[in-house]
Design a protein around this ligand. Structure first.
Ligand code: SF4
Length: 501
């Protein structure tokens, strides 16, 4: 179940020895996280891992002693953006050096995994490069860097489970927490780098996930989002042959007292099994929001992408999911301009959008990722054509999103109050459909679920009023109460896909 070992613990080269400051406590750590929620989770875990070395997390690189760029390889020109950030950090490091202070710079994540030693060569400012599977080794790497070693490189896929080496207690930043349950992917969509940067599919043992969720809830979490590049491929099997799929895992999680909301992302249509669909109809803690990427509405393009399903398969799946949970809000990813995409193919993408009426969706122009089969395909679509198609698709998506938001006005729904809003006396929360909701509420309601009437639609959120402020709302996740007869599907989330695009 674990990945293969591809190298030694880590490699390093010695540099100038350094400073007393690194033996002090109260050092400052700044991690810049790019990309999806899995990187956000990894960033939180890295923070926890280096805390015992005396590093406290700060919000700015300006006074940090250790800066880590936790990179993402999904977006276009990802590596170039990292190199340009490193150029800025080079100046910061030079300024520090002038006043006799050292700054350690690390690069983590998928760009680090993909570029490896090449990063060291191109950006000598870097002290450490390490991939997503080895950040549990960060204390050793940081100690080594503090001792003056430079060019520390670790892009292994180690045999040990990194989760076994992470702190058991989780530092919680709010009542909604991420929890990685699965990593890697075996699907090999032809546009995607994930199988190469994150490796083969790996599911964490269910018991360990339950223990981590219980610890999160004990720390104040009320909502947990289960993360995986291919999260609904989750599969655990004990030595006794007890199999746990994602539906089973959600059922076990739902029995944790005070865990009131469960979400998961990102799903592949092929792995949406009957048990999981049924769970959406029976588990009140499972939120009525599902990110289910289709990428294209053309069977020809889906085949070229190696998505392993057809449009008909997908629409049949949507019907079954909506039959199980009629108010479910659907989201998707789309890629326009995949090599060979014709106007007819693109029209088919618009058509599926109109059929499903996504509450929200992410859409991107195709851009070749080095090393993926798509990058080697002929018949690349011209940039201006991709731009036009993307604009047309996004206009349609926004139209459907606005319709769904407007349909929420006047409804009453449970909102988890997650943090203070920008205005005094205002809190920001999440609806069951993952919409941001601003509401006038006192700070002592932080972390509670309140019944909120939706009053209006703002550009990126909803505005609402507390119905009857109560200190704590029981653990119930009944569907939002509709005060009108608007159709009860679609919605509006803001989670970013853990897949590619
Ligand atoms: S798009 Fe998703 S399913 Fe396809 S290879 Fe990438 S991570 Fe796997």
């Amino acid at each position: 179940m674990r990945r293969k070992v591809t190298g030694s613990k880590y490699q390093e080269r010695s540099g100038p020895r350094e400073p007393a400051r690194f033996h002090e406590l109260n050092k400052k750590l700044f991690i810049k996280s790019y990309g999806c929620q899995m990187n956000v989770y990894d960033t939180q875990r890295m923070t926890e891992v280096v805390e015992p070395l005396g590093y406290q997390s700060v919000d700015s690189p300006d006074d940090a002693d250790l800066i880590i760029l936790n990179t993402c390889h999904i977006r276009e020109k990802a590596a170039e953006k990292v190199y340009s950030e490193l150029g800025r950090l080079r100046q910061l490091k030079a300024q520090r050096s002038k006043v006799g202070r050292r700054l350690i710079i690390g690069v983590a994540g998928c760009v680090a995994q993909a570029e490896g030693a090449e990063m060291m060569r191109r950006a000598p400012v870097i002290d450490m490069v390490f991939g997503p599977q080895v950040y549990h080794r960060l204390p050793d790497m940081v100690r080594s860097a503090e001792a003056g070693n430079r060019n520390i490189l670790d892009t292994d896929f180690p045999a040990e489970d990194k989760f076994d080496h992470l702190p058991k207690a989780r530092a919680l930043t709010g009542p909604a927490a991420f929890l990685t349950i699965q990593e890697g992917c075996d699907k090999f969509c032809t546009f995607c780098v994930v199988p190469y940067t994150r490796g083969a599919e790996y599911s964490r043992p269910a018991d360990k996930i339950i223990a981590e969720a219980e610890a999160l809830v004990a720390s104040g979490a009320r909502e947990v989002t289960l993360l995986g590049q291919n999260v609904n491929a989750y599969h655990d099997e004990t030595a006794q042959g007890v199999v746990t799929g994602l539906a089973d895992l959600c059922t076990r999680l739902a029995s944790i007292d005070r865990l009131e909301r469960i979400r998961y992302t990102t799903s592949h249509p092929r792995d949406m099994d009957d048990a999981l669909i049924e769970a959406h109809g029976t588990l009140v803690q499972l939120m009525p929001y599902l990110h289910l990427p289709i990428q294209s509405g053309s069977d020809r393009i889906l085949a070229a992408m190696n998505r392993q399903h057809t449009v008909e398969d997908y629409l049949s799946l949507v019907d079954r999911i909506r039959a199980a949970r009629p108010d479910i809000a659907l989201s998707s990813d789309f890629i326009v301009g995949f090599p060979g995409e014709t106007e007819a193919d693109f029209e088919a993408t618009l058509a599926i959008c109109k059929t499903v009426k996504y509450a929200q969706a992410y859409s991107f122009k195709y851009s070749p990722r080095p090393g993926t089969p798509g990058a080697a395909l002929d018949d690349q679509v011209p940039e201006d054509v991709k731009s036009r198609r993307l604009a047309e698709l996004q206009a349609l998506i926004i139209c459907h999103q606005s319709e769904f938001n407007e349909s929420c006005v006047g409804r009453v729904m449970p909102v988890l109050l997650e943090k203070s809003g920008r205005l005094g006396g205002q809190m920001l929360g999440r609806s069951p459909y993952l919409q941001s909701v601003h509401v006038a509420a006192s700070a002592d309601l932080l972390g509670t679920i309140q019944q909120v009437r939706i009053d209006d639609v703002k550009p990126n959120s909803l505005g609402g009023s507390l119905l009857a402020p109560a200190p704590v709302v029981p653990a119930t996740m009944a569907p939002a109460v509709a005060s009108d007869s608007a159709a009860e599907h679609s919605k509006i989330p803001t989670l970013e896909s853990t897949h590619q695009a």
